[in-house]
Design a protein around this ligand. Structure first.
Ligand SMILES: Nc1ncnc2c1ncn2[C@@H]1O[C@H](COP(=O)(O)OP(=O)(O)O)[C@@H](O)[C@H]1O
Ligand SMILES: [Mg+2]
Length: 283
């Protein structure tokens, strides 16, 4: 089986003292939306740079669509898209010019470029220099560029970071739509909500390492405790599955209660439990 992405023993250090990415191995299947979820400084951006060889890994191997990346030539990069928020290629060109340049290389027509600009809510700003775009607009332009080139795999570093929630939700829809049309997605995020909404599988990532890897549903099955809370005369009693539930049934039978709620742990709580730290703040 050819994986979309296969990483073997990737390691990278900026300072030769500690590893930003540490003996990292994983595989992404074709068609998956695969997410790296971790706090700031975990090594997420470094991982994307290593996978796409924006920085070359000293030890370790990367295969993308079966291609050994240490031997990939320039034309191979046509098959992959890389969306870094601060990587708008030509800041002195307008949004439109940025896209039409790529469209020319990939045989995409002018009308399609206009459609993509509209889709990414950039049509009104198409004649403004990309360097003057806001952070959210830059990210959308980078994604628009990925739409133009229609890659087999798209790498996205924190795709909706710093966007207002409405636009973020819209961008997620675009990402899902691209995935439905066959693009494998690799994304990083520190936003649990984003990971849960978008990803088929999520790697919990910390200190350059994958701590756990699973689907959102399985995380909840494996680590999430389901509880039932019952309120009786303003007092709340919480039961979990493992508890003796005789008391709970008694209360229900007596009909003397004000409310009953079931709850399951959020992925955020599970992340803290599994990784031993939260997604915000310093490590
Ligand atoms: N260009 C750089 N030079 C030195 N250290 C860096 C550089 N880029 C990142 N780092 C360090 O590497 C670690 C991982 O950073 P990064 O990959 O940017 O994490 P994330 O994207 O998860 O926030 C951090 O400790 C960060 O300070
Ligand atoms: Mg980063």
């Amino acid at each position: 089986m050819t994986f979309a992405i296969e990483a073997k023993g990737l390691t990278y250090s900026y300072d030769r003292k500690s590893n930003a990415v540490d003996q990292l191995s994983f595989q992404v299947k074709k068609g998956e939306v695969f997410g790296f979820l971790g706090p700031s400084g975990a090594g997420k951006s470094t991982t994307i740079k290593l996978l796409t060889r924006l920085i070359a890994p000293p030890p370790g191997k990367v295969f993308i669509l079966g291609q050994d990346m240490s031997k990939a030539n320039h034309s191979f990069y046509k098959r992959i898209g890389i969306a870094f928020e601060n990587d708008v290629l030509y800041p002195t060109l307008t949004g439109y010019e940025n896209l039409i340049f790529h469209a020319g290389l990939y045989g995409t027509g002018k009308d399609e470029v206009y459609d993509i600009l509209k889709k990414m809510d950039l049509y009104k700003s198409k004649d403004k220099k990309a360097g003057e775009y806001s952070k959210g607009m830059k990210t959308r332009l980078v994604l628009a560029r990925a739409l133009v080139t229609n890659p087999e795999i798209l790498f996205m570093d924190e795709p909706t970071s710093g966007m207002d929630p409405e636009i973020a939700a819209y961008v997620r829809e675009v990402v899902k739509d691209m995935n439905r049309r066959g693009t494998t997605m690799f994304l990083t995020t520190h936003d649990m909500n984003e990971a849960e909404k978008l990803c088929d599988r999520i790697a919990f990532f910390n200190n350059g390492k994958i701590v756990e890897l699973d689907t959102p549903e399985n995380y909840k099955k494996r680590f999430g405790k389901q509880t039932v809370s019952i309120e009786q005369s303003g007092k709340k009693i919480t039961f979990s599955k493992e508890d003796d539930l005789t008391k709970l049934t008694e209360i229900i039978k007596s009909r003397h209660f004000d409310s009953i709620h079931t709850q399951e742990a959020s992925l955020e709580e599970i992340f803290i439990k599994v990784v031993g730290r939260g997604l915000k703040g310093e490590s």
